[in-house]
Design a protein around this ligand. Structure first.
Ligand code: F6R
Ligand code: MN
Length: 187
């Protein structure tokens, strides 16, 4: 009996790029990130079309039980002394978690609960990050190459950016040549 085998999409684990028929890509530029970096003068000085990160993800069916897979490619760089980072979000559906896998580059995953308590996990090739429900998450590139992280999350999770309008409780800056975590009072 002949068996019929479908070819699934593929992800290259050394850089996180997908080979697939249906790929969605979205570039986030510095001009999209008003109010995210604390040094507003340095942010204004950067051309707004500067690409900060790109997400490529597979198209997925929508609904309870369905999953997305996607890679975030976060460029290296700083705005002022603050490392490039993603906007960061809670999931709209707070109970929904997510898994991140570090693939390339080095950085930090900033996690923050609804009480404002924040912590970091080191992201590097092979690292596995279980993001629980009700936990905001942001990637920060503290290295000199692109930071790529693969993520798997429920299609019903959604994004709630507004709940973090005040920003995260911790920022990551380069100070005296060292990577430094800074506590922030008002974002
Ligand atoms: C999905 C997820 C990632 C991020 C991506 C960009 O739930 O966590 O795919 O969406 O890293 O970050 P944001 O969405 O914060 O701009
Ligand atoms: Mn998420």
């Amino acid at each position: 009996m002949n068996i019929s085998v479908n070819m699934p999409p593929c992800v290259a684990f050394h850089n996180g790029h997908f080979t697939a028929e249906d790929l969605i890509t979205k570039v986030t530029r510095s001009g999209d990130l008003a109010g995210v970096f604390y040094d507003t003068d340095a942010w204004r000085a950067l051309p707004p079309e500067t690409a900060i990160y790109q997400v490529e993800m597979l198209k997925s069916p929508q609904g309870e039980g369905e999953l997305y897979a996607g890679t975030t490619h976060l460029n290296p760089g700083r705005i002022g002394d603050e490392f490039y980072m993603t906007r960061g979000h809670f999931h709209q559906r707070r109970e929904q978690g997510e898994v991140y896998f570090g693939l390339r580059g080095t950085g930090l995953l900033l996690l923050q609960d609804e009480q404002g308590k924040a912590r970091f996990e080191q992201v590097s090739p092979g690292s596995v990050h279980i993001i629980p429900g009700a936990t905001a998450h942001r990637l920060i590139n503290t290295g000199t190459e692109v930071l790529s992280a693969l993520a798997v999350w429920p299609t019903i999770a959604g994004h709630d950016y507004a709940a973090l309008a005040q920003g995260f409780a911790l920022r990551v800056v380069l100070q005296g040549g060292k990577i430094h975590g800074k506590e922030v009072q008002n974002g």
